[in-house]
Ligand binder design. Structure first.
Ligand code: FDA
Length: 308
């Protein structure tokens, strides 16, 4: 455990090939064809998907168009192959930090493409400096008639319960997650149990106002609480879905599907895999074991080939 925590801090110093090898299970691969094959395999197991194009940090308008075009290709591929998948997009990748209007234009075009194909766009939620602008973006597009659009709320933020109130008139389709970004303790619950409590009360509040909720967690206790809440409310399986990340707790996901719940898997792909991989590895409770076995595996491989 102590070793795990120490390694999480040291991860950026771990050589890229090692990070790449131990994080490969979190990413479909570098190409759209890799994402397509992964989604097809998930669909065959009765799981839905949402595809995320991994991009690098955006510095100019043209880069936002490259990302937007990559997502248009994803939507086309989903349609062509009859895959059961939507897409998840990061507002900053579409230019949120460069120019709000540019981001809105890019997103509107994507949602329009999704609508034409009978699909749906989820706006991922990024760090707290983007929350207001992301919710404004969502409201503006919904007011313009784009209903094939959903948001994400982060239970670790203290503001989230009032955000439910603020968006409730739109009856949004919401992914609820704990939140990956480390924020100031003024605005974020830091205690594990406070985050869990906030998750449960936010979920209840979302169901109270009739939202469709994607419950995005691998936390056993939260999954049990969700099952309790949907049981108490007699919600049918089409009123919610569970969501998990590719490569995380697949057996738990299989059990949810066997129990008759919808499950959607987040499928990232692309050549810019490094930052996403670091985030996933930092959340992996047995990171030390993975790094040790990968390093040992490489060492033995080198020995076998007479290079060490
Ligand atoms: P927690 O981190 O406590 O994990 C619970 C258990 O799951 C762990 O004890 C471990 O067993 C297992 N586990 C979790 N991560 C693992 C890993 N990487 N490797 C191996 N085991 C692991 N965040 C955000 O800020 N904005 C967003 O838009 C999204 N979007 C999103 C979509 C989907 C589909 C998911 C599942 C998650 C997100 N997140 C997110 C990330 C989310 O906020 C959160 O950081 C992670 O889901 C981890 O939180 P858990 O609820 O799983 O609990």
């Amino acid at each position: 455990m102590i070793l795990d925590r120490a390694l999480v801090r040291l991860l950026p110093a771990v050589p890229r090939p090692v990070v790449r090898s131990i994080s490969s299970r979190y990413i479909a691969g570098p190409e759209l064809s890799d994402a397509s094959a992964t989604v097809r395999a998930l669909n065959a197991q009765g799981k839905l998907a949402t595809v995320d194009v991994l991009g690098e940090e955006i510095t100019n308008e043209e880069e936002t168009h490259v990302i937007a075009r990559a997502y248009e290709d994803v939507l086309a591929e989903i349609g062509r192959r009859h895959l059961d998948s939507n897409i998840s997009v990061k507002p900053t990748a579409l230019g949120l930090e460069l120019d709000f209007a540019l981001c809105r234009r890019n997103l509107e075009r994507l949602v329009h493409r999704a609508r034409v194909r009978g699909n749906f766009v989820r706006i991922d939620m990024e760090d707290a400096t983007t929350t207001d602008a992301t919710l404004t973006l969502y409201r503006e597009l919904r007011n313009a008639g784009f209903d094939e659009l959903g948001i994400v709320l982060q239970a670790s933020l203290k503001r989230t319960i009032s955000d439910v109130d603020a968006v409730s008139d739109l009856r949004p389709n919401v992914r609820l997650c704990k939140g990956i970004y480390l924020e100031s303790p003024d605005i974020q619950f830091r205690d594990f149990h406070d985050v869990q409590k906030s998750f449960v009360s936010t979920l209840e509040a979302l169901f109270d106002v009739g939202c469709y909720v994607g419950i995005a967690t691998h936390d056993d206790w939260l999954i049990d609480q969700t099952k309790r809440i949907i049981g108490e409310r007699s919600l049918s399986p089409d009123a919610y879905e569970f969501q998990m990340l590719l490569g995380v707790r697949a057996a738990l996901g299989n059990a949810l599907v066997e129990d008759g719940h919808r499950l959607r898997i987040y499928v990232p792909f692309g050549s810019h895999w490094y930052e996403y991989s670091l985030r996933r590895l930092q959340e992996n409770p047995s990171i030390a074991g993975y790094i040790a076995s990968d390093t040992l595996g490489r060492f033995l491989h080198l020995r076998r080939n007479g290079s060490a």
